[in-house]
Ligand binder design. Structure first.
Ligand SMILES: [Zn+2]
Length: 389
């Protein structure tokens, strides 16, 4: 097939322009004749080729034609399924993948190809929505996606149910499983700051924090698992840390880090939960992040660098409320001076235990920040009572 090029006229050009208009690459009111391959059309073709990783020549050859053809599919216009050996390709597949990614499902990259990974993510979505998990996207699955709408604050339906599960489980901490993830380790020390003859490393400090947390939680009747020891042979990738927490069926996941910055004046604590820029968020993750952040700020006086939504693997792939806390900047002399004091680290630990306890209070029974005495929790457990307050 001879490429369709600038200056050409005819029904094929009209079709090309139609697809480009649908993609918002051409204005919907035509600049010239509808069937003319004019300068605006050429610019639009180039932009399209650029966006699809095709060679950018401004002409529509076989490859660009196929890509344009795939681009005309709108989500919902056909049933999508994992076809073998020729997979379905199209803009509708990409929209679906982006939607699933936003909600925290693992489709890999939004590559517009309905492969086995997309099919598996769809099946998981279907299972969580109570639909038959056949991995294909037909009218029922589309209906479920539409009902969730754009408003999905709360992200995956599973997360919405998580809040319910937490409410129904009551306020007891006893018997929960908390996975604590000291960041870095092995060949990756994280932030390193020389200090005279000493050397402070993030991986050591956060492991110390994790061990202290382990002790406190255990004393409150909570099962605790750390993702690594003090000196692992290698650094566990975030994906594996998330998988570990999933395989343990953890109720809560807390990743511990300290921050670092070239500017020694950068300081403070920040907490991260799963979420995207356009407001999709794990409701329970966001609540836990808020509680952790507020308790730490109230109990330590570290500068409040607030909570933030991120799509990091660690937060996206964990199937329980998960947060990552950056407890101060190791590169800030002020923060570092506090962090190297074990009594200060104990205050951070108490703050995190209090935050997790508050997670399990119903919202109407929540207590003011900084008001939970963690030692009372321990006393209650020691007395054989369930820790309720
Ligand atoms: Zn770190």
């Amino acid at each position: 097939m001879r490429p369709i090029r600038p200056g050409d006229r005819g029904p094929a050009v009209t079709e090309i322009r139609g697809v480009l208009t649908g993609l918002d690459l051409l204005p919907s009111a035509p600049t010239g004749d509808d069937d003319e391959f004019d300068a605006a059309t050429e610019r639009a073709v180039r932009a399209f080729q650029q966006s699809r990783g095709l060679s950018v020549d401004g002409r529509v050859g076989a490859e660009t034609w196929c890509a344009l053809d795939a681009a005309r599919w709108r989500l919902g216009a056909r049933t999508l399924y994992h076809a073998v050996p020729e997979p379905l390709i199209g803009e509708d597949v990409r929209s679906l993948q982006e939607r699933l990614l936003e909600m925290g499902y693992d489709v890999g990259r939004a590559d517009a190809i309905y492969g086995v990974r997309t099919s598996r993510a769809v099946a998981q979505f279907q299972r969580e929505m109570g639909l038959k998990p056949d991995g294909s996207c037909g009218p029922y699955t589309m209906g479920a996606l539409r009902r969730l709408g754009r408003k999905v604050v709360g992200g995956r339906p599973q997360w919405l149910r998580e809040s319910d599960a937490i409410r129904q489980a009551g306020p007891a901490l006893v018997g929960r499983t908390v996975v604590i993830d000291p960041g870095h380790g092995g060949t990756d020390p994280g932030v390193v700051v020389p200090d005279g003859p000493l050397r402070w490393t993030e991986s050591d400090l956060v492991h110390d924090l994790a061990s202290r947390l382990e002790g406190r939680f255990a004393a409150s009747g909570v099962r605790v698992q750390l993702t690594r020891g003090p000196a692992p042979g290698s650094c566990l990738p975030d994906v594996e840390r998330a998988q570990l927490a999933n395989s343990l069926g953890a109720d809560v996941f807390i990743s511990l880090h300290t921050d670092g910055h070239a500017n020694p004046e950068a300081e403070g604590v920040a907490t991260y939960h799963y979420g995207t820029d356009n407001g999709v968020t794990s409701a329970t993750g966001e609540r836990l992040a808020g509680l952790v952040q507020r308790e730490i700020v109230a109990r330590t006086g570290l500068r409040d660098c607030r909570t933030h939504a991120k799509t990091w693997d660690l937060l996206r792939l964990t199937r329980m409320p998960a947060v990552r806390v950056e407890v101060g900047y190791l590169t800030s002399p002020a923060d570092r001076g506090l962090l190297v004091d074990p009594r200060f680290r104990d205050r951070i630990v108490e703050a995190i235990v209090a935050a997790v306890q508050r997670m399990y209070f119903p919202v109407e029974r929540d207590v003011p920040t900084g008001s939970i005495d963690v030692s009372e929790l321990r006393a209650a457990v020691a007395a054989g009572r369930v820790a309720t307050a």
